[in-house]
Design a protein around this ligand. Structure first.
Ligand code: ZN
Length: 234
């Protein structure tokens, strides 16, 4: 399972490093910096995070020198940096030139966007699907940009409600459309593994703006096109 050699110092061999990235969007390379080559010793924050994780492991009664845990503080620190990398992302730069003039004002839906985020209360993952719809008013956005915007907000410490409204507010700002709807269906590991230990319940949040908020028929059309919610796919 683990590589037989564990570098004692400096950076580890990237080839032997378990990849923590939920690499579901391989075409999204610019999202994370390929900085494995740089010596992480230059990063005082990373060093401090490693120390903190190490002491947490010790407090949990673990032997931090055993093979499986030796590099865990570094891997954990890097995973946390990646999972919160959305704070540093500039959405205007992501949107870039991908806004196009378009006369259509028919509903556009990007459904089943996978989300992986961390609940800010327990630092445990929540994950599920995000559905985004909008009705253009003179401009449309390159479709691949929508999942990228979703990722920027998901890769932060979040609560599902805020994640939902941040995505819809940003799309309203960027697109100035007739309406935006964002619906997230997510499983929360902090409910599944601990707390109430409910493995099959999931949470649905929605944020409706413009015509989705004001017009019941538009809302119904969206739900019909989505084929209903609550299909609970994990
Ligand atoms: Zn939680």
């Amino acid at each position: 399972m683990t590589s037989p050699k564990h570098p004692t110092d400096s950076h580890s061999n990237p080839d032997h490093k378990p990849d923590h990235k939920p690499d579901h969007k391989p075409d999204h390379k610019p999202d994370h910096k390929p900085d494995h080559k740089n010596d992480h010793k230059n990063d005082p924050k990373l060093e401090q995070m490693k120390k903190n994780t190490r002491s947490t492991l010790e407090l949990l009664g673990e032997d931090v020198e055993r093979e499986g845990l030796k590099d865990t503080p570094k891997r954990h620190a890097k995973a946390m940096q990646f999972l919160t990398s959305g704070y540093d992302k500039d959405i205007d730069a992501i949107v870039g030139k991908a806004l196009f003039k378009e006369k259509s004002n028919e509903m556009v839906i990007v459904r089943d966007i996978e989300i992986f985020s961390l609940c800010e209360h327990h630092l445990l993952p929540f994950y599920g699907k995000c559905h985004v719809a909008y009705i253009p008013d003179g401009k449309v956005i390159g479709l691949s940009k929508i999942p990228r915007i979703v990722d920027v907000y998901a890769r932060r410490l979040q609560v599902q409600e805020r994640l939902t409204t941040q995505i819809s507010a940003k799309l309203m700002e960027v697109l100035q459309p007739l309406g935006v709807a964002v619906i997230i269906e997510a499983f929360h590991l902090c409910m599944m593994m601990r707390g109430v230990e409910k493995q099959n319940s999931y949470t649905i949040t929605s944020s409706m703006q413009g015509s989705f908020r004001d017009n019941a028929i538009t809302r119904q059309e969206l739900l019909a096109l989505l084929g209903g919610l609550g299909q609970g796919r994990r």
